[in-house]
Design a protein. Structure first.
Lengths: 371, 371
DNA sequence: CTGAAAGCGCTTACAG
DNA sequence: CTGAAAGCGCTTACAG
């Protein structure tokens, strides 16, 4: 037996030496089978876990594997079509808790079902995005989750539809996450949360508190999230019978700095806004800064409501009232569809309003006279 | 030609129908070669991109691939040992910006070098951790990044050393991220930031401001991060010639809630602490709450310094002074080592102190008389 | 530049 | 329960 081991070693060494590209994991199933004195087929059966193998034989094979240091080659197994296919998570950038929660949700169901999560970023580069889809396709992933807001251009819609078709070719599916279905391609499944309704929650709260001139600060049109949230604001204003004044809508990039800038201008313009809803908590936090810098107070001089319910925002002074989106749940649902655990239909999850201290009734001194 | 296409289709269909497990991607290289009228070898050469192929032949093959809808099977390619191996990112949980920044760093260099990032979580479950390493090994990943704080137990060290050995068997490496080298296994590469020195920065600042009784609030021993930060506190106290009073050290879990609880107790015990450093921003934020609830003010009644420099913490009132760890950079360096772009040696990066408004000289009324 | 052949490591009918 | 054989889809010496 020990002699056999030595022969094995020698053979291994020479094989390793003579072969071109280094073998990954020196010993293969054939080696194990030989060492155990069984056929390749039965050796395979004990590792693949299908077919019957006599306990004794099985033990012998396992022992040989142990001795030889055998590690199943999952790549080879995958090639034959068995073994779990990975699911891919493609996002613009791995930034913030939005991304993290969504990814955590997806990973959670993937992991529980024996699948791995492939994570990659595009940086908003279309070239890179294409390349990624191509690579993922070659790797025969089970599904790709395209995560986050995207451009609202017909060109984009066609691009995504193209991805879906390319992926379908290798039996993989494309699932949009955190953005609405693509117009004109209802077959493209999306898992989203109701962004418009979310902003509506914020506006309702403000209206209920008695505000009449409610501003909106957020990104300009062009991306799905920006559009949905802005539209939600408009719709809610109308629903509440409030004035839709273009001057109340301020454009800001999704950063604290630009949020501060935009809210500063809103304040300076002095157009009678007693409250605002921010497209994101980021922007809301910028608003806090601007209000402070103007020597004013929240919510006394300006009520602010955010969106995203990012950590720590509860601990600002005052705590930020905001809209909580079910990011984790979006990830979960998307992964479930990806794995065929749930029907491949559009999903639209609800948001939840989180009341904290940043919204209060308007300061009487600021309310327009006609009240 | 069109007749040939038809034959092809028919053959495909019958093949698909007769075979057991569905083929992933119906057409293979052999089909393309046949369609283009070349050998399998030359068809392979045009896609593998090695070897010479006459432009005309090449074009013909490409055209056939297009017509047939051929997608290279990356799994098969990987099995032959070519093609990039993925790198795996294993973390307790996908929580917070710590994780996100580190992952972003790693993904950035992986992506730039044509590698994919596999992301998985253990939830602190040892069983799951083992299982993951096994799966990753079978998949022949190039490296696994084991990310984050871990237990400071000899048993853990041995476990990790075991992982490293198992991975080495398939030519993969293990890289520890955000935790120090494993004692007794100097060969196990780690990429970390200097946590102890980071806390030292905080203590130095407070000492410089004139504080003499500086508290520490954080997790109890047992995890590397907890230990390193606490040790850093102790060492810095000594270096600054300050009293090391056990009563100044308070245990709190890494949550806002428990931070608030612990700081509340510290305040109630009234042991003359004029400042504290929190193990994490989370805990520091809890401290904010506690101080407020006690009707006190930051930094007047208690200076607080955090650790992690999490987003939004700059916008608390006052802004939280904290220690900024190079999470992104840790991810970058780890991935570089994983890909062989950097030597496989221990890396210890520096932290940076971020001065904001939460630390100020002690309130004279509170300073011990002996000053 | 091109092809026939052997090989990567595994799996599964098919026939005992 | 076990084995010989064909196959998954690709790649690369080796010989033209």
């Amino acid at each position: 037996m020990s002699e056999m081991d030595e022969n094995e070693s020698i053979r291994k060494v020479s094989r390793l030496g003579s072969r071109g590209p280094e073998r990954l994991g020196a010993v293969n199933l054939r080696d194990v089978a030989a060492h155990a004195g069984v056929s390749l087929a039965t050796a395979s059966r004990v590792f693949a876990g299908n077919g019957q193998v006599q306990p004794a034989t099985r033990a012998r094979v396992l022992a040989s594997a142990e001795v030889l240091g055998y590690v199943v080659n999952g790549l080879a197994r995958a090639m034959t079509g068995r073994g779990p296919r990975s699911i891919a998570f493609v996002v613009r950038a791995m930034i913030g808790p939005t991304f993290a929660a969504l990814a955590a949700g997806a990973e959670s169901v993937a992991g529980q079902n024996g699948h791995l999560l492939l994570m990659s970023t595009t940086n908003g580069d279309q070239q890179r995005e294409r390349e990624l889809i191509a690579i993922l396709r070659e790797l025969r992933v089970k599904a790709v989750l395209l995560v986050g807001s995207t451009e609202t251009l017909p060109a984009f819609d066609e691009r995504v539809a193209g991805y879906a078709k390319d992926l379908a070719q290798v039996n993989a599916s494309l699932i949009l996450c955190g953005r609405p279905p693509v117009t004109g391609h209802p077959d493209l499944v999306s898992v989203d949360y109701d962004q418009g309704a979310g902003v509506g929650l914020a506006v309702n709260e403000l209206a209920r508190l008695g505000h009449r001139r409610i501003a909106y600060v957020g990104e300009k049109r062009g991306m799905t999230t920006a559009e949905l949230r802005l539209d939600g604001y408009r719709a809610a204003l109308v629903r509440n019978g409030l004035e839709v004044d273009p001057a109340l809508v301020r454009v800001a990039a999704n950063t604290e700095a630009d949020g501060a800038r935009a809210v500063g201008e809103l304040l300076r313009d002095n157009i009678g806004a007693t409250a605002m809803v921010a497209m994101t908590d980021n922007i809301a936090v910028g608003g806090y800064r601007a209000v402070r810098e103007h020597g004013l107070k929240i919510p006394d001089d300006l009520s602010i409501i955010g969106f995203d319910d990012v950590p720590v925002v509860a601990d600002l002074t005052p705590g930020l009232s905001t809209v909580h989106p079910p990011f984790f749940e979006v990830g979960v649902r998307a992964a479930e569809i990806a794995l065929g655990l749930a029907p491949a239909t559009h999903v639209l999850l609800e948001t939840r309003f989180v009341r904290r201290g940043s919204a209060a009734p308007p300061n009487p001194a600021c309310v327009p006279l006609d009240l």
